[in-house]
Design a protein. Structure first.
Length: 248
């Protein structure tokens, strides 16, 4: 399979993160890793094998991304507001570096799809909701979409609010809400098995966020798998293999 790697600088920081592209044609799909993961995790954990037939058939190109979670959301020694502020650097990297590069690689002819498992599900959904002009579709696998529940502590401010889909979607209204209704589509997938409730809260958090989307009239699907479906790569592979072919 054709492969290309690039490192893109984080705006305002002396750091860069990797993006690995697999394939040469088709709809561009951004794949976020699980919590604190890296671009190569998809290959190492078998996710690349799952989507390989779609890539090799030219139906999609896969763009696997590094995370910055270890410096932001995953550092529970920091108050939630500081974690959210640091996470803003990752949001800027996605918007200012990754999206333009992916569009350039793809000829700018197709809307992007964002996919991610665990904390990557949050990143995928947050990106679609904030950049639906470019990424109108997100698939979240076993996500929790309320960062205040991630071992949160300390006073909360604007950084946390604008990084929290459960909050800013709940308060969306007017023309912006109308635009989201017309543009974005969210697929939320979660299991009822091991680690989907404790410690991740993925199952209740996914249901709660689906309720928020429903109340706001934002197009979405909720797909709850059974009690054997765990918070782990083998199940995320099956879920992605089940859903992705209808979008590429």
């Amino acid at each position: 399979m054709e492969q290309r790697s690039v490192r893109l600088g984080v705006p305002g920081h002396d750091a860069d993160l990797e993006v690995v592209r697999y394939g040469h044609w088709g709809r561009p799909v951004l794949l976020f890793p699980s919590e604190a993961g890296a671009a190569r995790d998809a290959e190492g954990n078998g996710m690349l094998d799952t989507v390989a037939p779609l890539v090799e058939a030219g139906r999609m190109s896969l763009f696997c991304l590094d995370s910055l979670d270890g410096w932001s959301w995953s550092d529970s020694s920091l108050p939630t507001e500081e974690r959210a502020r640091r996470a803003g650097a990752y949001t800027s990297w996605l918007s200012e570096r990754v999206l333009p590069w992916v569009q350039g690689e793809s000829g700018g002819s197709s809307d992007l799809v964002a996919v991610g498992p665990s904390l990557g599900a949050y990143h995928a959904v947050h990106l679609a909701l904030t950049r639906a002009d470019v990424v109108p579709l997100a698939i979240g696998l076993s996500g929790n979409y309320d960062p205040t529940t991630w071992n949160g502590w300390g006073d909360l401010g604007d950084a946390t609010y604008f990084a929290n889909p459960s909050a800013y979607v709940a308060n969306a209204d007017g023309d912006h809400l109308d635009w989201l209704r017309s543009r974005v589509s969210i697929l939320l997938v979660v299991g009822e098995g091991p680690f989907e409730v404790s410690p991740t809260r993925s199952l209740p958090a996914t249901r709660e966020f689906a309720d928020v989307l429903s109340r706001k009239g934002i197009r979405h699907e909720l797909d709850v798998w059974g009690h054997d479906s765990a918070h782990d790569w083998p199940w995320w592979q099956r879920q992605l293999a089940h859903h992705l072919p209808r979008f590429v």
